[in-house]
Design a protein around this ligand. Structure first.
Ligand code: SAM
Length: 291
């Protein structure tokens, strides 16, 4: 137990040894609780056959647990200062590779092909830097990576938005964007006290399981996501009013009313009441009318 990196004493010792100062701009909040890490691994479904990809290993708290419980680990870290530290803290493990790279710039699919065995289940597991949670997750989803699951610690409010269902106050275009690619679930809420330094916000563990194919057929994905965004532009407004603003110069209110009627969607509803099937119907209907 004492050997674990993820304890307050060991973390302080490592930070002092290397005179490491946290960079807030890189979202550096390190985990100091082994039980939370074990929970993350359990939810991620990590076992001795798994390949693991970690984004932002920090000083190696989660990386170490992955090395113990998975077959091998590939980690991407942007902060150059952490590389010599990781080489030291993880020196006892021979199944870890750390790449010094911004995950947003990384070719993750090629890295998977290079680092993992063919047919090996690969899981992405991370305590993400909060300032770029959404860009990172959307990049990973849009690339349709061949991974079995993505399990991440993120800001609770963002986790709730990504996993929200219709008529929930957290439901919005981000819910649709994430759920178009994955089954999303908040599996655990996490207190601030497990981090050093403690963040200002509450956290949650979000689990994403990529879908084999999207749950709905859309004629044009970009167009679909634009219509979804337009439908939520002003949450208190009706669908018809939001769409009227969106199509200003293309369609007037009457045309919009007609198109909505032709596809059997009530324009007095609010965007937050539509499920993903109805958004697909909406986008396909307008796409058809426009093209
Ligand atoms: N995994 C460690 C832990 O749980 O203790 C550290 C987590 S900390 C919240 C986020 C980590 O991501 C930091 O090590 C930070 O330097 C790194 N990071 C920030 N932006 C990054 C990026 N664009 N690409 C890769 N790593 C990044």
């Amino acid at each position: 137990p004492d050997k674990h990196i993820a304890t307050p004493s060991r973390t302080k010792e490592i930070l002092a040894k290397y005179k490491f100062s946290f960079k807030k701009s890189l979202g550096q909040n390190f985990l100091i609780d082994v039980n939370i890490l074990k929970n993350i691994l359990k939810h991620a479904g990590i076992d001795e056959a798994s390949g693991a990809i970690e984004i932002g290993p920090g000083i190696g708290a989660l990386t170490e647990q992955l090395a113990i419980h998975a077959d091998n680990v590939l980690a991407f870290e942007i902060d150059q200062r952490l590389l010599p530290i990781l080489a030291d803290t993880l020196k006892d493990y021979s199944n870890i590779e750390v790449i010094h790279q911004d995950i947003l710039q990384a070719d993750v699919e090629s890295a998977i092909a290079q680092h993992f065995k063919q047919d090996q289940p690969v899981h992405i597991v991370a305590n993400l830097p909060y300032y770029i949670t959404t860009p990172i997750l959307m990049k990973l989803l849009r690339e349709r990576l061949s991974v079995a699951s993505i399990t991440v610690m993120i800001q609770k409010e963002v986790a709730d938005r990504m996993a929200a269902e219709p008529n929930n106050k957290s439901y919005g275009s981000l819910s649709i964007a994430v759920q178009y690619y994955t089954h999303a679930e908040v599996v655990m809420n996490v207190p601030k006290s497990v981090f050093m330094p403690q963040p200002n916000v509450d956290s949650g563990i979000l689990q994403l399981v990529p879908r084999e194919k999207p749950p709905v057929y859309v004629k044009d994905e970009d167009y679909f996501f634009k219509i979804v965004q337009a439908s939520f532009a002003q949450r208190r407004k009706t669908l018809r009013n939001n769409l009227t603003s969106h199509f200003k110069g293309t369609y007037n209110k009457d045309t919009i009313t007609n198109i909505l009627e032709s596809i059997n969607i009530d324009g007095t509803r609010r965007g937050e009441s539509l499920n993903i099937e109805e958004f697909a119907q909406l986008a396909n209907g307008f796409y058809h009318a426009e093209k």
